[in-house]
Design a protein around this ligand. Structure first.
Ligand code: FAD
Ligand code: SF4
Ligand code: SF4
Ligand code: SF4
Length: 416
């Protein structure tokens, strides 16, 4: 049995479903725990102790380091403004997806169901469906049966592109058991995921504030808050667009802003998949946070608005795909040290904060808004969020004005 099934230690399971999908007796069923994270549950009565799940579970794997290929690091962004506007960072995942689709290949990516708010992996067949895959969703995505579906296609010789968090790519590799020349994978830079229970609590708070008809929810957009401010909550309500900076979102606050991250899956605290060297994907993609200090010449006002992707090309297959999209991107090359600016890429160990042990319980038991105000130590986050939005709106107008280069020049002169 898998390390999690033996020990019940939640840090030893990423919820990838590989064991469930591989079990020849259907003895493993994935179930949500009380916090809304998926874990395998074993039916001992039908388990034949064959050990297949142990060999499949990525927790047991030695990570492949693609050692025959010397990695290439680049800062990159799509030339197309449509990709820049609709994608989380530089649009690299979506460009690759479109490239694969144009070669009659199939793509697996993550979508957010507008009605149920479920976040899950699915098969994407065309450009229209690809649009739904754009943008990061920070809830843990359920891979469902996509490893199985991908294998069917791979065995038929179809070109397949699979994107996911590093643990999901490790799960896919564990499930497949062999390398396929027709499989391209992208693993995202990832500091962790939270569960849908948190998302639902926050979503319901916005419904309380703005009315039940909110739709088109997105975790990130660059419509008013620029990329470098690192995340926003967006939705439409009664024909109006609402955008709130992440600092005033309790869900984001617990996710990225609070020290040590408070609402992550347990396996995210000491994750072996997310460092820059231990990568199983052919191409790693994330945000080039920290890059503006090293390469200020590339971080113009426009780039800060739309974002620069950090890309690591990790294998020959990854390099092949990079060459195919090269014409559609702008990029500059980096050393590994320059690429490795985020603490998560350095593999720094995180302790599980005390609050993590009861945060989900609290948000389910208490009024979310009241509890959020308590842990954010910010009773007026509702109003401050609105204030910050309008402030950003004015800032953007100033930055977009023809006088801005002159203002900037005067400001820089004052700083010298
Ligand atoms: C949970 C999570 C945590 C992240 N943490 C960091 C971080 O700490 N630092 C950093 O630099 N970057 C992080 N990223 C990556 C970053 O947010 C962008 O997704 C990445 O830069 C790709 O941008 P893009 O413009 O190329 O993608 P787009 O072209 O916008 O495509 C988005 C891609 O993300 C995939 N995706 C969306 N949601 C999920 C999900 N829940 N699970 C798996 N795949 C998903 C889609 O399938 C698609 O391939 C994280 C992403 C996720 C999903
Ligand atoms: S040991 Fe075999 S039968 Fe039992 S759960 Fe694992 S894969 Fe299934
Ligand atoms: S295979 Fe995946 S879901 Fe199953 S125990 Fe291992 S990590 Fe958890
Ligand atoms: S931090 Fe690690 S375990 Fe958590 S979602 Fe990301 S890759 Fe998976």
């Amino acid at each position: 049995m898998t390390p999690y099934l033996i020990s019940n230690n939640k840090s030893l399971c990423t919820g990838c479903r590989a064991c469930e999908l591989r079990c020849p007796k259907n003895a493993i069923e994935m179930q949500y725990d009380e916090e809304g994270f998926l874990y395998p549950v074993l039916n001992e009565n039908i388990c034949i102790r064959c050990g297949i799940c142990v060999k499949t579970c990525p927790i047991n794997h030695k990570l492949e380091n693609n050692s025959e290929f010397t990695p290439i690091y680049i800062g990159a962004w799509a030339k197309s403004i449509d990709y820049l506007k609709s994608c989380s960072t530089g649009g690299i995942c979506s460009l690759i997806a479109e490239q694969i689709l144009s070669k009659k290949g199939k793509v697996f990516g993550v979508v957010l169901d507008a009605k149920t708010h479920d976040v899950y992996h699915c098969l994407i067949n065309n450009t229209e469906e690809q649009r739904a895959m754009r943008g990061s969703k920070y809830v843990q995505s359920d891979v469902k049966r996509t490893y199985y579906e991908a294998k069917l296609l791979l065995d038929k010789g179809v070109l397949v592109y699979y994107t996911g968090t590093p643990c999901q790519i490790a799960g896919l590799k564990g499930y497949l058991k062999k390398d396929y020349d027709n499989l391209i994978t992208t693993d995202l830079i990832c500091h962790g995921v939270f569960s849908k229970i948190f998302f639902d609590a926050e979503y319901n708070m916005y419904c309380k504030w703005y009315g039940k008809e909110i739709n088109n929810f997105k975790f990130r957009s660059k419509r008013h808050f620029p990329w470098y401010r690192g995340g926003v909550i967006n939705f439409d309500v009664k024909g109006r667009h609402v955008e709130r900076y992440a600092k005033y979102s309790p869900m984001y606050y617990a996710y990225t802003f609070a020290k040590n991250k408070l609402n992550l899956r347990y396996s995210c605290y000491n994750c072996k998949y997310r460092t820059i060297s231990n990568r199983e994907g052919d191409i790693m993609v994330g945000d080039y946070w920290g890059g503006s200090k090293l390469y200020p010449e590339f971080f113009s006002v426009k780039r800060k608005k739309y974002g620069i992707s950090l890309v690591k090309i990790n294998s020959r297959k990854g390099y092949r795909v990079f060459k195919e999209i090269e014409e559609k991107i702008e990029f500059f090359t980096l050393s590994e040290d320059d690429a490795c600016q985020q603490p998560d890429l350095k593999g720094i160990k995180r302790d599980i904060p005390q609050e993590r042990y009861y945060i989900y319980q609290k948000i389910m038991e208490q009024d979310y808004e009241k509890y959020a105000a308590e842990f954010m130590k910010e009773p007026y986050f509702k109003y401050k969020g609105i204030f910050d939005y309008y402030l950003q709106f004015v800032k953007n107008m100033i930055m977009g004005s023809p006088l801005y280069p002159l203002i900037n020049k005067i400001r820089n002169h004052g700083n010298n």
